[in-house]
Design a protein around this ligand. Sequence first.
Ligand SMILES: CC(C)(COP(=O)(O)OP(=O)(O)OC[C@H]1O[C@@H](n2cnc3c(N)ncnc32)[C@H](O)[C@@H]1OP(=O)(O)O)[C@@H](O)C(=O)NCCC(=O)NCCS
Length: 165
Amino acid sequence: MSPAGEPDDLELRVVTDKGELLKIMMVAWGSHRMMIDLHVYDVAEIDALGLYEPNGRTAALASWTIRGETAYLCALHSLRPGEGVAIQMLDAVIAAARAAGAKRLKAMLTNDNMPGLVFYQRRGFRLSGLYLDAIDAYRSVVPTIIKTGYKDIPIHDAIELEIAL
Ligand SMILES: CC(C)(COP(=O)(O)OP(=O)(O)OC[C@H]1O[C@@H](n2cnc3c(N)ncnc32)[C@H](O)[C@@H]1OP(=O)(O)O)[C@@H](O)C(=O)NCCC(=O)NCCS
């Protein structure tokens, strides 16, 4: 840990083998496709970044892409919750999106995801959209999408957040 309390031993790398990320997506979400702004992104096909411990273990993974001036954060997973690794991962995505010319970054959360709502709003994201029944509609096409999430809350809706870059 650095004096500021941030994990300082992590290496940022572009993810070339997406196997671990896709596995996490299948367990946490039930698919490796994600819908943001009414557009479906396949995490198997878009860019991914990872933070890795010196022993090779993964600390965090993120998947993102850019369309026009908008970057989309399609997945952000922490394997070391509460230690600041997701903040570090988000900062890396923001830097990559800025470098690619994005003017804003959008993320999507399901209606149950209270920890995610706290996490993104604490980092300056604002709510930018509410798509009622969007996940139910998506599940009718991809039946493996999880039905309940945080504290067993039924998942129906998509909440979008964005931050200016
Ligand atoms: C949401 C999520 C990414 C957060 O990951 P995380 O690793 O717990 O997040 P961090 O540790 O970076 O930050 C969480 C809190 O820990 C605090 N923290 C940072 N360093 C810390 C440390 N060394 N010790 C204790 N707490 C610390 C942060 O300040 C932050 O608190 P705050 O939000 O009140 O400011 C994680 O819960 C997750 O992977 N969820 C499942 C997937 C998901 O829903 N992703 C979002 C949608 S794509």
